[in-house]
Write a protein that binds this ligand. Structure first.
Ligand code: TLP
Length: 373
C-alpha cells in the first residue's frame, strides 16, 4: 500500500479542466462533487417555493432551511450563505481582527482556494502546518500558538477541515477534533470547522453531524457538494455568532433577497441526500481499488475514506495535466491537483457504470506509455 506524499507541495488545482457544456453533459464528470445538477424533486421544490425578502429576514423557505439546519446540528442558529467560501470568510471575520493569525493545515481550503480572502479581506495571516493525512492534532497545533507579546502577531482562530479535501477526503476521528476544541478553549481560542463535506465524514464515521461538530464554535457546511443542491452553504453557531455573521454577509454583498428559490432545493438536499452518500463512498473505493491495479498508478487506499480519490501518476511518465487532457478526449473529466496528482470525486450524478468507464479509459491511456518507456 502506497503511503507517499501525493499532493505536497503543489496543492493547487493545476489545470482545472474547463470543458464545453455539451461535453460535460455526456461525460463522466469526476472533477468535483460541485458539478451535480439538481434532481427533479429539487426543481419541483424550487418551482413551488414560497419566497420573501431574506435581507429583511422574511423569506419563509430560507427561514425553514436555517431552522432545520440548526435543529439537525443542535445549534442555536444558522445562516444561509451563497457559498462555502463566503461562509468560511464570514466565520474568520467574526472571530478575528486584522493582524491575527489563523491556524490551519497547509492544504486547507481557506488557505489554498479562497483567493487569499483570509488576508485580502479578513486581514489575517494563515499559520499553517503540514500533515500527510490532513488531520491536525493538538500536538501539531500547540507549537503554532503565539504567546502573548507586544511584538508578534497573535493567534485569533484555529480552523479545521472535515473531510479534508486535498488530503483525499480524510476524516477527523471525533476524539481528535474534540481534544483540539477543548485545548483551544482552555487557551481562549475559538475553533471553526470548514465542514463543506461534514455529511460525508458523518457517514464514514457512523456518527451524527451534531456529535461530530458539537464542540466547534462555528461550523460551515455545503449543500452544493455531495448533497447535490445547486447553490448554497450554511453557517451554524450561537445566536450571537449568527447575528454578527448576518452583518458580515451583508458587508460582503451576500444578502440574496428571494433566496427561498435556492433554499427550497437546499432543503431537499439536506433531508434526502445524506442517506445516499454511502453509495458515493463505495464508488470511490471501487474506483481507488481499480486504479491501484493499473501500471504506474499509486493510490493510498487507507486515505480513501469518503468520496474523494487523489492518486499519484508519476510512474506513468506523463503529468497529471497530460493525463487529464487525454481522459477528457474519452469524456472522462478529472482535475490535476499537483504535477503528478489527479483527483477524482464521486457524487450522485456518477454511477458504477460511470466508474467502470473511467477505469477503462484510464487503462487505455496509461498502459501504452508504460510500454513505450
Ligand atoms: N471545493 C472545491 C474547489 O474550490 C477546490 C472542490 O471542487 O472541491 N471548503 C472546502 C473543503 C471545499 O472543498 C470547498 C470547495 C469550499 C470550502 C468552498 O465552497 P464553494 O465552492 O461553495 O465556495
Amino acid at each position: 500500500m502506497y503511503s507517499g506524499n501525493l499532493t505536497r507541495p503543489s496543492a493547487e488545482l493545476e489545470r482545472p479542466a474547463s470543458v464545453s457544456l455539451a461535453a460535460a453533459q455526456f461525460a463522466v464528470d469526476l472533477r468535483s462533487d460541485t458539478v451535480t445538477r439538481p434532481t427533479p424533486e429539487m426543481r419541483e421544490a424550487m418551482f413551488h417555493a414560497v419566497v420573501g425578502d431574506d435581507v429583511y429576514g422574511e423569506d419563509p423557505t430560507v427561514n425553514l432551511l436555517q431552522s432545520r439546519a440548526a435543529e439537525i446540528f443542535h445549534r442555536e442558529a444558522a445562516l444561509f450563505v451563497p457559498s462555502g467560501s463566503m461562509g468560511n470568510l464570514i466565520a474568520i471575520q467574526v472571530w478575528t481582527r486584522h493582524g491575527h493569525e489563523v491556524i490551519c493545515e497547509e492544504r486547507g481550503h481557506i488557505h489554498q482556494f479562497e483567493m487569499g480572502s483570509i488576508s485580502a479581506i479578513a486581514g489575517c495571516m494563515p499559520r499553517t502546518t503540514y500533515i500527510d493525512d490532513g488531520i491536525l492534532t493538538w500536538e501539531l497545533i500547540e507549537p503554532l500558538l503565539r504567546p502573548k507579546s507586544r511584538y508578534a502577531a497573535q493567534t485569533g482562530l484555529i480552523s479545521l477541515e472535515n473531510s479534508h479535501n486535498m488530503a483525499g477526503g480524510t476524516v477527523y476521528p471525533c476524539e481528535i477534533a474534540e481534544e483540539i476544541c477543548d485545548r483551544a478553549h482552555e487557551n481562549g481560542l475559538p475553533v471553526h470547522l470548514d465542514g463543506a463535506r461534514i455529511f460525508n465524514a458523518s457517514v464514514a464515521l457512523g456518527r451524527g453531524v451534531a456529535e461530530l461538530t458539537g464542540k466547534f464554535d462555528s461550523v460551515m457546511f455545503c449543500l452544493s457538494k455531495g448533497l447535490g443542491a445547486p447553490v448554497g452553504s450554511l453557517l451554524l453557531g450561537s445566536h450571537e455568532f449568527i447575528d454578527k455573521a448576518r452583518t458580515a454577509r451583508k458587508l460582503l454583498g451576500g444578502g440574496m433577497r428571494q433566496a427561498g428559490i435556492l433554499a427550497a432545493a437546499g432543503l431537499v438536499a439536506l433531508e434526502k441526500s445524506p442517506a445516499r452518500l454511502h453509495e458515493d463512498h463505495a464508488n470511490a473505493r471501487y474506483l481507488a481499488e481499480g486504479l491501484s491495479q493499473l501500471p504506474g498508478v499509486r493510490v493510498d487506499l487507507a486515505k480513501v475514506q469518503t468520496n474523494i480519490v487523489i492518486f499519484d501518476v508519476s510512474d506513468t511518465s506523463r503529468s497529471a495535466a497530460e493525463l487529464s487532457a487525454a481522459l477528457e478526449k474519452r469524456q472522462i473529466l478529472a482535475n490535476a491537483t499537483g504535477k503528478f496528482a489527479l483527483r477524482m470525486v464521486t457524487h450522485c450524478d456518477v454511477d458504477r457504470a460511470g466508474i467502470d468507464r473511467a477505469l477503462a479509459a484510464f487503462r487505455e491511456i496509461a498502459a501504452p506509455h508504460i510500454a513505450d518507456r
